[in-house]
Design a protein around this ligand. Structure first.
Ligand SMILES: C[S@@+](CC[C@H](N)C(=O)[O-])C[C@H]1O[C@@H](n2cnc3c(N)ncnc32)[C@H](O)[C@@H]1O
Length: 272
């Protein structure tokens, strides 16, 4: 898939996903966001760049961490997501804030302005993750640090069949490199190439719990990266895709709901 097309699929897909996102993923992503923020070790007065901020679940916590006197610069490719983050940040006091609709690979920001650059579960969607890391590196001050989390290996993510199930119904890739950075030491190598030093990576297994079938289906099809393709399916296609996805996660059935395994990869690094 051409990078520009991938960006459009992501931008307009996440616009559609925004209203379902928190009901689908807030609880499931919390452990990843907790650990990423812990590794970022944000302090009051600091300036933080966030890329792929989504609805602002991490942004709001980062804002609390840098208050008083800090600054949050939150960016995301999707207009609906940036709107949600801007709304959420209205509640926060004692910080400067800006929320910008921007591609993580081309940030409309000056060099060397941030103490920390964070990104929670965004890198998998960038057509060129190296460029995304180079942008974080550029915007960081010398001595600044980054902290990111991504999904891990495909074989450790029990929901991974959502991609081929949707892709064969649209006859194209939806998210072609989703698991690339989370495989082996790819993430670390990308960060090395972007100029980062003192890189520390860790992997953690997680369990994604869904209370019922409807929530599991909503999270997979409406609350995430395949939302644009799904929007275009007719009822029959939707039904077929649901059945196939539910068959793929059947091994993880737990009572009325599901407990689906997953893996996160965390990384921190410094700009010297
Ligand atoms: C799974 S959500 C993560 C949101 C948030 N960071 C969180 O942890 O809840 C992924 C986000 O990546 C954004 N995204 C996808 N491609 C992007 C790109 N090239 N540049 C910036 N943001 C992008 C989407 O719009 C979406 O909001």
């Amino acid at each position: 898939m051409k990078p520009d097309l991938q960006r459009r699929v992501q931008r307009y897909g996440w616009d559609k996903a925004a209203e379902y996102y928190e009901n689908s993923w807030e609880r499931q992503l919390r452990p990843a966001q907790d650990r990423m923020l812990e590794m970022a070790d944000l302090k009051s007065g600091e300036t933080v760049l966030e890329t792929a901020c989504g609805t602002g679940l991490v942004t709001e916590r980062a804002a609390v961490a840098v208050a008083p006197g800090g600054e949050i610069i939150a960016t995301d490719l999707s207009g609906e997501m940036t709107k949600a983050t801007a709304d959420r940040l209205q509640k926060t006091n004692g910080i400067s804030r800006s929320v910008i609709r921007a591609d993580a690979e081309a940030l409309p920001l000056d060099d060397s302005i941030a103490d920390a650059a964070i990104c929670s579960l965004g890198v998998m969607y960038f057509p060129d993750p190296l460029q995304g890391f180079m942008e974080m590196h550029r915007v960081l001050k010398p001595g600044g640090r980054t902290s990111v989390v991504i999904w891990g290996e495909r074989k450790k993510c029990g929901w991974a069949d959502i991609f081929p199930i949707v892709e064969k119904r649209v006859a194209s890739d939806v998210c072609p490199m989703f698991f690339q950075q989370g495989t082996g030491n790819t993430l670390e190598m990308t960060m090395v190439h972007a100029g980062f030093e003192d890189i520390r990576c860790e992997r953690r297994d997680v369990e994604l719990t869904y209370d019922d079938v409807e929530t599991a289906v909503m999270a997979a099809f409406q609350g995430g990266p395949v939302a644009l393709a799904y929007q275009k399916f007719d009822e029959e296609t939707r039904h077929g895709a649901h059945e196939e996805y539910l068959a793929s996660i059947a091994p993880f059935r737990n009572g009325n709901g599901y407990t689906i395994p997953g893996e996160f990869v965390f990384a921190t690094a410094k700009k010297t």
